[in-house]
Every structure is written in C-alpha cells, then in structure tokens.
Write a protein that binds this ligand. Sequence first.
Ligand code: PLP
Length: 234
Amino acid sequence: MSKGARTVDIAGNLARVRERIARAAQRVARPPQEIRLVAVSKLVEAERVQEAVAAGVSDIGENYVQEAAAKRAEVREGARWHLVGHLQQNKAGKAVTIFDMIQTVDSPRLAKAIGKRAEAAGRTMAVLLQVNTSGEESKFGAAPEQVEGLLEAVQGVSGLRAEGLMTIGRWDPDPERARPEFRLLAELARRLEDRTGVEMRWLSMGMSHDFEVAIQEGANLVRIGTGIFGPRPG
Ligand SMILES: *Cc1c(COP(=O)(O)O)cnc(C)c1O
C-alpha cells in the first residue's frame, strides 16, 4: 500500500462531495435525496473501498470485471456494484454474476450477450445505455441517433431491463463545456420515454470535475472517483 493512499481522508472527502451534491441540487430546486452517488473505485484497494462503505457509500462503480470480482469478495455485503467501464462480450458471463447494474451497453450485440448470460444465471440484469454525446472518436457509446434503435433491441432481449442512460462528458478543465452533452442526454431520455413508454429512471452523468453541472442538467446518478479516493496511481 502506498503511503499516499493511507493519508486520504475518505470519510471527509465523502462528506464534502455530499455537501457539494446538495448545494448543486438546491441551486436548481431539486431534492438532494434524489441524487445517488456511485463511488468509482478503479485501481483503489478493497480496504479503501470498505472504508467508503463504512462511511455510508451504498453504490460502488468499477471499470474492470476481474478487478471488481476480486474486490467484491473482500468488501462487506450490502453495497450495489455498477460496471461503468466498457464490457467485452467474452466477459459478459462473469459480469452478470458480479454487478447489480451494467451502465455501458452500447450495441445490440453486447445487449444480447449480456441477456443470454443473465438468463443462464437466472437473473434479470439492470442496464443503462451508454451514449456518446460528445461525438469524440475515443469514446464508447451509441450515437444519439442510434439510441432509440438500441433501446428497442434491448427491450427485445430477455434477461435485461433497460433503466436509463449514461454518458461521459468531454474532458475539459472548464466543466461548463460538457453542459450541452448532459443536456442532450436528458433530452434523449425524455424523448425515449415519450416515444417508447419505457421509463428512463436513471441518468448517469457527472464525474469528480463536472458533477455539479451534470446535476443542474438532471443527473440522478453521479460517478465520483478521485473526489472520494484521491488521485489514482499511475
Ligand atoms: C473513472 C471513471 C469515473 C470517475 O472519474 P473521476 O474523475 O475519478 O471522478 C466515472 N465514470 C467513469 C466511466 C469512469 O471511468
């Protein structure tokens, strides 16, 4: 364990993040309780994750299937685990046994792979559709104009339940730059509900540097890593 990791005040960071969430919500007259915090713990040791759970974290986000499998075994029961990183189809079987929600479904093929493995495991997997709202080529996610087709495909797969949308804002030192993307995701969710009748319960958007803007645009799942656990190694 690095010396740096020991000195991070996880409970203190968490309290500060929660306060900022509450203030951002109040600014747009939203009840802070409707915003759920996902603590993203990629590359963070299980011990630190346990510390966050002890401090009240109910939802944990991980990017890698193997890493999450090892950690989930070590962290006390009770938290919900979210996959927030890209999923390779050949890991779908393992993913459905570890995660409570997969936030990164971006193709009908992946949806089918997850659904098949979820059914085989006797469960229904909650999923979010990942949308590439910034149009950046480096990003995973369905194009905005493909999302309705993707939702229809997901609805046609048994073993899956579509519960909303997820996006990653463009990285910019000025978080205002990501506002149009967050606004687009919220608009897409409203449009999909109108056109398909499927409830888009969750809007997963906003990370450590831009969650306040995301909350102003309607986020109710925010994914925060470094703001809680400190800088990642490497
Ligand atoms: C790493 C990661 C986060 C957390 O990022 P921070 O900037 O550390 O808050 C959130 N969402 C996804 C998809 C990530 O990969």
